[in-house]
Design a protein. Structure first.
Length: 299
């Protein structure tokens, strides 16, 4: 039972409970997975909490408990309100990039994303560019490094080091990248806590390698790329994979504590799920999924 002992405000406990509630709300889809890329902007709250702790350092146990509960409610309520009312959307440094296609026939496309929102698609047929991108970042620019060796190329799109004060920039991380559908593509994505929509349907992507952490991932696989080798490695994520109609697939599940739902058109054969026409199909995907505590669907 509470008594009148002087204990002060348990600031560490307030922060710990608040983070736990945020994780719970994210798992319940009340908050987006990209919320973690925005929360750093609330760092002044730490100073406020320390100040509150000093003010109430001699508070009784009853007062401390009431203030701690009130702080948790205010923090969680403010974060939910901000996430659902675009309060975090305040711009950021926008970089617009493009590269001529030239004589490129094969391209290794590397995307080093981090956290935020990512959209990947294709350029219109007949476009003379290899890629076009709009990259919005808080406080630091993004860059594309392109190297050419005859008809082969390597493209790497990544965030740059904005220096010691880059964390004080404002804005969301939001990238839109469109690639040419002309060359053969080896697509490699490395990301963190992100909301990602990857429409690779029109790409001639013979290799797709996606590595992500706590993410919402929606990916549509290539429809006319011949033999495709694909790998998805995910942490605590919601993963949705679409395999276009007419494309055969062999799906190997190497996941741990995950919920895996695979469409009936890929019946289980031994240790894999495989289309009946996989061995003879012109367009087919060899997909390997390795996920942690995730919900995975393949359609």
């Amino acid at each position: 039972m509470l008594n009148g002992n002087r204990v002060g405000i348990p600031i560490f406990a307030v922060v710990l409970v608040t983070l736990g509630v945020i994780f719970l709300l994210q798992n319940l889809d009340v908050l987006p997975s990209s919320i973690w890329s925005d929360l750093w902007r609330l760092w002044p709250v730490i100073i406020i909490l320390v100040g509150v702790g000093i003010i109430f350092r001699s508070a009784s146990q009853t007062v401390a408990a009431v203030v701690a509960v009130a702080l948790i409610a205010v923090l969680v309520g403010a974060i939910v309100y901000a996430a659902n009312n675009d309060v975090f959307s305040s711009g950021g440094q926008v970089t617009t990039l493009s590269e001529p296609l030239g004589d490129i026939r094969t391209i290794q496309a590397n995307v080093d994303f981090g956290a935020g929102r990512l959209r990947v698609g294709t350029l219109p047929a007949g476009s003379t560019n290899l890629f076009e991108a709009r990259l919005q970042n808080p406080g630091e620019p993004a860059e594309a490094v392109m190297t050419r060796n005859g008809s082969d190329g390597t493209l790497t799109i990544s965030r740059t080091d904005g220096g010691p004060f880059s964390w004080f920039g404002r804005g969301d991380v939001e990238w839109t990248i469109n690639l040419s559908r002309s060359p053969t593509v080896r697509f490699d994505l490395d990301s963190g806590a992100a909301d990602m929509e990857l429409d690779l349907m029109e790409l001639r992507a013979t290799s797709v390698d996606i590595s992500t952490g706590a993410a919402d991932l929606d990916v549509t696989m290539p429809a006319n790329a011949g033999n495709v080798i694909a790998k998805i490695s995910a942490g605590a994520a919601d993963v949705s994979v679409r395999i276009p109609q007419g494309v055969a697939a062999r799906i190997t599940n190497e996941s741990g504590l995950s919920s895996i739902d695979i469409a009936s058109r890929f019946p289980k054969v031994g240790d894999v799920h495989q289309s009946s026409d996989y061995d003879t199909a012109t367009n087919r995907i060899d997909l390997r999924i390795s996920a942690g505590a995730s919900d995975v669907t393949v359609r």
